[in-house]
Ligand binder design. Structure first.
Ligand code: C2E
Ligand code: MG
Ligand code: MG
Ligand code: MG
Length: 285
């Protein structure tokens, strides 16, 4: 096949690239069957309001349980899927799992919004907003229960297209948040034109709290900027109480991280919720 020829071509130049290419091809091939054979699943990590302790919602994070290799982290397989159209199937799977989970929880009187991670490529793909709106309709789910996490790079690649796609989604009451904020290169002017309600401050800053002055300034600036634009902020990667307390002092709205809970399978998250309910340990009122 031409893919094999390409991999062989590389050998002449660099064996490392060739190995990488082969590894890439094998991961992508495996991923396709993983999808078909049900090796992919979603875990859910809660996000809580710092002011009230209420649960804001959960983030859906994909897990791949490989029969021989065990757990392969999304940090490995998502970037590879993003290099091919396989990412479209991956995102569709994540969205559909979220719909099913929202419906199942609704039947059990659990009303939680689920945030799904969207790859840059998804947003550029024609008809992406149609796909999302159709899924909501098919599962009879209100847009209020869906949040989409988009990275800065994705938004800035084709700003006009981003504005039109995200506006359609936001009009259906879907929450749009910017993931890993501070690591990309957002034009602040464009940020203002997009229908964004939440800014997720990247964990590379949050995890340096509370002692790193530089990180404190960045978080403080992000919170101020977000509030001036009528948006709220989520700190991701909150690992300890001292960081949490400082985030509360800095006016950050929502927290997510191992200190609150690790990402959990749905059944375990339900147990966590039952225990958490009514507990106001984290509330700073
Ligand atoms: P992300 O969207 O920024 O997700 C946050 C990552 O931080 C998750 O890693 C989560 O498990 C981890 N995390 C949360 N709290 C803490 C903490 O307190 N400390 C530390 N050290 N880590 C924490 P995960 O699950 O390995 O996912 C990595 C990345 O893979 C995600 O980053 C996202 O970019 C991507 N990803 C995961 N699931 C999906 C998916 O369904 N679709 C797409 N397109 N990307 C996904
Ligand atoms: Mg995310
Ligand atoms: Mg993130
Ligand atoms: Mg991240």
């Amino acid at each position: 096949t031409s893919a094999n020829e390409k991999a062989q071509d590389c050998v002449a130049y660099s064996p490392e690239i060739s190995n990488f290419a082969k590894e890439n091809l094998s991961i992508l091939g495996n991923l396709m069957s993983a999808l078909e054979e049900g090796q992919l699943s979603m875990h859910y990590q809660p996000k809580i309001s710092i002011k009230t302790g209420e649960i804001h919602g959960v983030e859906a994070l994909m897990r791949w349980n490989h029969p021989e290799r065990g757990n392969i982290p999304p940090g490995i397989f998502i970037p590879r899927a993003e290099q091919s159209t396989l990412i479209n199937l991956i995102t569709e799977f994540a969205l559909e799992q979220a719909m099913k989970q929202i419906v199942e929880w609704r039947e059990n009187d659990i009303h939680l919004a689920i945030a799904v991670n969207i790859s840059p490529r998804n947003l550029l793909q024609p008809g992406f907003s149609d796909l999302v709106l159709q899924l909501l309709q098919r599962y009879d789910v209100s847009g209020q229960f869906l949040e989409l996490e988009v990275t800065e790079g994705a938004l800035m690649t084709d700003i006009a297209h981003s504005i039109s796609e995200l506006s359609r989604l936001a009009n259906a009451k879907i929450t749009i948040s910017i993931d890993d904020f501070g690591t990309g290169y957002s034009s602040l002017q464009y940020l203002h034109q997009l229908p964004i309600s939440l800014i997720k401050i990247d964990q590379s800053f949050v995890r340096r709290l509370p002692d790193d002055k530089g990180a404190i300034h960045i978080v403080e600036a992000a919170v101020t900027l977000a509030h001036k634009m009528g948006m709220r902020t989520i700190a991701e990667g909150v690992e300890n109480q001292r960081a949490y307390t400082l985030l509360a002092d800095l006016g950050c709205d929502i927290a997510q991280g191992f200190m609150i809970s690790r990402p959990l399978p749905a059944a375990e998250l339900e147990k966590w919720l039952a225990q958490y309910k009514g507990s106001a340990v984290y509330a700073q009122v």
